[in-house]
Ligand binder design. Structure first.
Ligand SMILES: NC(=O)c1ccc[n+]([C@@H]2O[C@H](COP(=O)([O-])OP(=O)(O)OC[C@H]3O[C@@H](n4cnc5c(N)ncnc54)[C@H](O)[C@@H]3O)[C@@H](O)[C@H]2O)c1
Length: 249
């Protein structure tokens, strides 16, 4: 079978660890040319060395940093066919005790980051004759949950932005979709696990809440990203895909 992302030039942002790393690995395995980016420089460089791709440092919430990232990525890739906006921040705690600082930090990384990268990608995707943008939202955007109000709002912003951007960019053959993962086993969830009372409490919640009865690995959800980045999904845009073991139905 032919590689599904052959000749695709793809930038995966937020790929030092976890889901982004698995998405980059899957894209490379399908023949793509990949640049990964992250604010975590040492880990990101290590990941790029292990995967065999190029790494660039960035802070998705910072406009000058994102302009440099796109300059560097385009110089490296020679153009752009696909973008994965996967960088994310998690903070958990009671709404009543939350702070404006935390709210602003979550919005800056999770929502502004997706906006900046999408905006900067447009001219390059248009030059390529179209392309695919995949934004990592969350089950939290669809279902919410105690202790994650600001996080849920920031991921809801990603979903709404995705739909609006997809409708605006369809004329340029630029597809924009979001993915809403449920419980994926990465350290990202540690603040939420602490809030709910530790690992045992989380395991109990997963047993009762997830029809498939377990968490997923990042590797298990990466194929959905591959599909949305590939031409197999040429007629798919403005969607928010749940991948959560059946929670949202
Ligand atoms: N793990 C889950 O259960 C889960 C569920 C739903 C959604 N998500 C989303 O998936 C995405 C990836 O999460 P993960 O679980 O793989 O965790 P992760 O911590 O492994 O990945 C997040 C990455 O984003 C990077 N990052 C954070 N802030 C950044 C910034 N300002 N600029 C650049 N990079 C930055 C981190 O360094 C890290 O490499 C996040 O957007 C998260 O909200 C995760």
């Amino acid at each position: 079978m032919a590689a599904r992302l052959l000749e695709k030039r793809i930038l995966v942002i937020g790929a030092a660890t976890g889901i982004g790393r698995a998405v980059a690995a899957a894209a490379l395995a399908e023949g793509a040319q990949v640049v990964i980016a992250d604010q975590s420089e040492d880990v990101g460089r290590g990941t790029a060395n292990e995967l065999g791709c190029h790494f660039l440092a960035c802070d998705v919430s910072n406009e000058p940093s994102m302009i440099s990232l796109f300059d560097g990525a385009i110089a490296q890739l020679g153009g752009l066919d696909g973008l994965v906006n996967n960088a994310g921040l998690q903070k958990a705690g009671p709404l009543e005790a939350s702070t404006v600082t935390d709210w602003d930090a979550l919005m800056a990384v999770n929502a502004r980051g997706v906006y900046l990268a999408t905006r900067l990608a447009i001219p390059h995707l248009r030059t390529a004759g179209g392309g695919s943008i995949v934004n990592t939202s969350s089950l939290a955007a669809k279902r919410g949950g105690p202790g994650i109000t600001a996080y849920a709002a920031s991921k809801g912003a990603v979903m709404a932005f995705t739909t609006a951007a997809a409708l605006e960019l369809a004329q340029d053959n630029i597809r924009v979709n979001s993915i809403c993962p449920g419980f994926i086993d990465t350290p990202f969830n540690n603040p939420a696990i602490d809030f709910m009372g530790g690992r045992e409490a989380q395991a109990k919640l997963i047993k009762t809440m997830v029809p498939l009865g377990r968490q997923s690995t990042p590797e298990e959800i990466a194929p959905l990203y591959t599909f949305l980045l590939s031409d197999e999904s040429a007629y798919v845009t403005a969607q928010a895909y749940s991948i959560d073991g059946g929670v949202y139905n």
